[in-house]
Design a protein around this ligand. Structure first.
Ligand code: JBE
Length: 234
């Protein structure tokens, strides 16, 4: 299965980065197909206007609905299709989690709508909900200037879970937030040299005793999670 990813933005250049590293490899081996679109291509005035002042007053500008609607018609189509997943990255969205990434890694088509300014006219989201499966997702409680960086982060979290993407699927099993791992943070990792600037790799890891190593790692995960993310332990 090839996943098709579309990105709608007034800064489509943000998505050139998808041509490099693992994501580039996924594109090369046909696991994903990436299309970035400039929202201004669906404007008709000389200034290629995509925003206007907010109804009801208030600071900043709001993205007009018309370009989005025409872009949707051109990129996705005019027929409802719940198999298309449309993602609006927004600080007012549902927190994006590894389980959401897991679910999205199985869909065939994802369209990222990257808002700028103060946001997108709400009717765009309401319209999208009548047509496709819509996700308003937040990466965290902070404000970025637009949805592009969040769309890249969500893309990376999702694409790396597509079967066949990672060389060694084993490496996915033990990560933080992996299903079946309970919800524990990953234990500290070490590699050679065994001694580095006066600091040694914990002896247990060099013992070859797999039971004790597993026990040490679980204990470290529990301590770390309790200390940094007590919310995950309840
Ligand atoms: N935090 C955010 N700020 C702006 C746009 C999107 C965001 N987010 O978390 O997805």
């Amino acid at each position: 299965m090839t996943m098709r990813l579309d990105y709608l933005s007034i800064f489509p250049g943000y998505f050139d980065v998808l041509d490099i590293s693992l994501l580039g490899k996924a594109v090369d081996n046909g696991l994903v197909e990436v299309h970035a679109h400039d929202l201004r291509d669906w404007t008709h005035d000389r200034h290629r206007t995509v925003d206007d002042t907010p109804c009801g007053g208030g600071a900043g500008m709001v993205m007009k609905p018309d370009p989005w609607g025409e872009a949707f018609d051109g990129i996705i189509g005019i027929e409802p299709d719940p198999s298309v997943h449309v993602i609006f990255p927004t600080p007012s969205g549902i927190p994006f989690t590894q389980s959401a990434a897991q679910e999205l890694s199985t869909v065939e088509r994802v369209v990222f709508c990257c808002g700028r300014y103060e946001g997108i006219d709400h009717r765009v989201i309401d319209y999208a909900r009548t047509m496709w499966t819509v996700h308003e997702l937040s990466l965290g409680d902070y404000v970025l200037n637009g949805g592009e960086v969040a769309a890249l982060a969500i893309t990376e979290a999702v694409v790396r879970l597509i079967p066949g993407f990672m060389g060694n699927p084993e490496s996915l099993a033990e990560e933080s937030f992996s299903p079946g791992q309970e919800r524990l943070l990953e234990y500290p990792l070490f590699t050679r040299p065994v001694s580095w600037r006066g600091m040694d790799v914990p002896e247990v890891l060099m013992s070859g005793h797999h039971g004790r190593i597993a026990e040490w790692r679980r204990e470290e995960s529990l301590l770390l999670t309790r200390d940094r993310r007590p919310d995950l332990t309840d």
